[in-house]
Design a protein around this ligand. Structure first.
Ligand code: SF4
Length: 348
């Protein structure tokens, strides 16, 4: 018998779609994914979760509501606690199955295995829990997961290949071309409705665009290790690791940081990134997104940012810089001591 498994096109689906799809294919399950995010998705989701939830979580619930729930045998909603050694995922993502139970949506049985790589045997338990729903022995489940991991790795390697548009094989940016690093959660960057089509808008400026998925996780992790203390959140590792990598590339560049209103992690990780970029004298623009769908605000800010970057290339204007130079003449007042120690650390 073929089971139908529903997966919302939101949150970590944007990162692990290849792994999950391949895994369920190998178990002969039919995967049904919700469609692209639209206004109805946001409205449906906002009506199902507490007001304080961030936009991506609201959207997640909108996607659940838009799945053909009656036709599904199961809904896949893993409880992701830690997906890498010694780092954690946001508590809102850990709590998705509970929030779903409280949402009032009539959902099919949930496949909600816990993945917590901080604890031993978590992978084994995670796979056993999924196996329970498919009545298959654990070795078959493990093989299916391995196939998923292999496909995911290929997919991620192909994304690293994309970076050659901006960065050639020797690791240097074309000297005469403006490069923008777009930072944020994958589910913010790759959901056109959330980010008001920002990626397409940036392409119109003719710049090269670098995304965190273009920089290998190993590189990000290695660079973040040079911080005086460990980074607790996986997301922080990605953002800071990408910013550190980007700062070492030559050529004119700027960073745009997308964050979500109500995101606890972004509230301090983005601040760390901005302080680091200020220190490294890299112009940055921080955009916080919520349910508003008017594009004029974001268009104006992006346009102004590009104007500023271009002016900066043509002449060294005697104004406040976009990376905060002269603001209060007070590096110390901004508490950048960790950024100083990062710079002082030996870089390989
Ligand atoms: S990390 Fe931030 S944006 Fe993502 S789910 Fe958690 S609170 Fe929301």
């Amino acid at each position: 018998m073929t089971f139908k498994v529903g997966i919302p096109r939101a949150l970590f689906y944007h990162e692990f779609s290849v792994l999950w799809q391949t895994f369920f294919d190998c178990l002969n399950a039919e995967v049904i994914v919700s469609g692209e995010t639209n206004k109805l998705t946001v409205d449906l989701g906002a009506a199902r979760v507490v007001e304080e939830a961030c936009l991506p979580v609201k959207i997640y619930f909108g996607h659940v509501a838009q799945l053909p729930l009656q036709k599904l045998d199961y809904l896949f909603i893993p409880r992701l606690v830690s997906i890498e050694k010694k780092t954690y995922i946001c508590p809102k993502i850990m709590g998705l199955p509970d929030m779903l139970n409280a949402s009032g949506l009539a959902v099919p049985p949930l496949i909600k295995p816990v993945l917590n790589l901080v604890s031993r045997n978590s992978y084994e338990d995670f796979l056993r829990e999924i196996g329970r729903f498919f009545g298959q022995d654990i070795s078959r489940i493990k093989r299916a997961w391995q196939s998923g991991l292999q496909e995911q790795k290929k997919h991620e390697s192909a994304l690293l290949g994309d970076v050659n548009q901006a960065v050639n094989n020797t690791g240097s940016v074309a000297q005469d071309k403006l490069t923008i690093l777009l930072l944020g959660h994958q589910y913010m960057i790759h959901d056109r409705h959330i980010n008001l089509n920002l990626l397409e808008k940036l392409k119109l400026y003719g710049c090269d665009i670098l995304l965190p998925c273009h920089i290998s996780k190993e590189t990000q992790a290695a660079l973040v290790k040079k911080l005086p203390k460990s980074m607790f959140w996986s997301h922080g590792r990605v953002l800071l690791g990408s910013a550190f990598y980007f700062s070492s590339l030559p050529g004119p560049k700027g960073v745009i940081i997308l964050s979500s209103f109500g995101c606890g992690i972004d509230s301090f990780v983005v601040n760390m990134v901005i302080r680091y970029l200020n220190k490294a004298k890299i112009p940055s623009l921080s955009i916080t997104l919520d349910e508003h769908t008017g594009e004029a605000g974001i268009d104006t800010r992006v346009e102004a940012f590009f104007d500023m970057l271009c002016c900066r290339r043509i002449k060294d204007e005697n104004y406040f810089s976009a990376y905060g130079q002269f603001l209060g003449h007070a590096e110390g007042a901004f508490g950048v001591s960790w950024a100083d120690s990062y710079h002082a650390a030996p870089h390989k």
